[in-house]
Design a protein around this ligand. Structure first.
Ligand code: AMP
Length: 249
């Protein structure tokens, strides 16, 4: 069976994100970009499933500009077999990505689509759910454990107060949570091998999907600077100040 993994190029999680001076968006000029961390977990899981004999092929797919090829190479360095770049002029919104992935699923017929639970740039947490809805496929989101048996996926999800285990029939959409696995350290031979793996490029319009934005971004602004903390001499003063200044007790 084939596994499709959706990977997104985002600002590296270790970078301090800055808004552009005119507040028209996030400043990505000369900023280190990486694969969305939850997508790295999704790729790792797909590769482990292949290594365990549950899948024959892992295909990484990304929607974005030419630079997103780098993200596909990173997925292939983990172990994905090939990459698919769906070129879009502007970064597509979750609904557009879900529609593009739906069109890719029609062509590729995967049995399992793995995504990150959310992209750390838009924090939307929407794409996997929308893809499942558009496809009429079951979804198991926030996966902390995944097992494939007899045409079904059994997924454990961490929910308030415990772990919920669900079983879904394949084909299905599964989104990866933090504890699903710890992605492997990518080796130099892995990176070299990835350079030779194929990447196919398609234009979003070839998939018949309208990727024009439905949201209007009004402003991206920096958080207000935090006021410095104060040191109080004793507990009595602390309680006094919490009562009468902060008015929180
Ligand atoms: P979001 O709904 O934007 O929080 O993203 C959830 C997941 O959808 C991500 O972790 C990716 O797996 C996938 N995804 C979102 N945007 C893209 C994109 N432009 N290309 C490929 N996959 C994406």
């Amino acid at each position: 069976m084939k596994i499709l993994v959706a990977v997104k190029r985002v600002v590296d999680p270790n970078v301090q994100v800055r808004a552009k001076a005119d507040e028209s968006g996030v400043d990505t000029a000369n900023v280190k970009m990486s694969m969305n961390p939850f997508d790295e977990i999704a790729v790792e899981e797909a590769v482990r499933l292949k290594e365990a004999g549950h899948a024959d092929e892992v295909v990484a797919v990304t929607c974005g500009g030419r630079a997103s090829e780098e993200t596909l190479r990173a997925a292939m360095a983990i172990g994905a077999d090939r990459g698919l770049l769906i070129q879009c002029a502007a970064p597509p919104e979750p609904l557009a990505v879900a529609k593009l992935l739906r069109a890719v699923c029609e062509r590729e017929a995967p049995q399992l689509v793995l995504l990150g639970k959310q992209a750390i740039d838009d924090d939307a947490n929407q794409t996997g759910q929308m893809l499942a809805a558009l496809s009429g496929w079951p979804q198991a989101t926030f996966a902390a454990k995944l097992a494939l048996t007899g045409g079904r996926a059994t997924v454990s999800r961490e929910v308030d107060g415990g772990t919920e285990t669900v079983s879904v029939a394949l084909p299905a959409v599964v989104t990866a949570d933090l504890r699903l696995n710890e992605p492997r350290y990518v080796t130099l031979p892995g990176i070299m091998k990835a350079k030779k793996k194929p990447i196919a490029t398609l234009d979003a319009s070839e998939l018949g999907v309208d990727v024009s934005p439905r949201l209007k971004l009004l402003r991206v602004s920096e958080l207000p600077a935090r006021a410095p903390g104060i040191r109080v001499p004793d507990v009595d003063t602390l309680i006094e100040r919490l009562k009468h200044e902060a008015k929180v007790i």
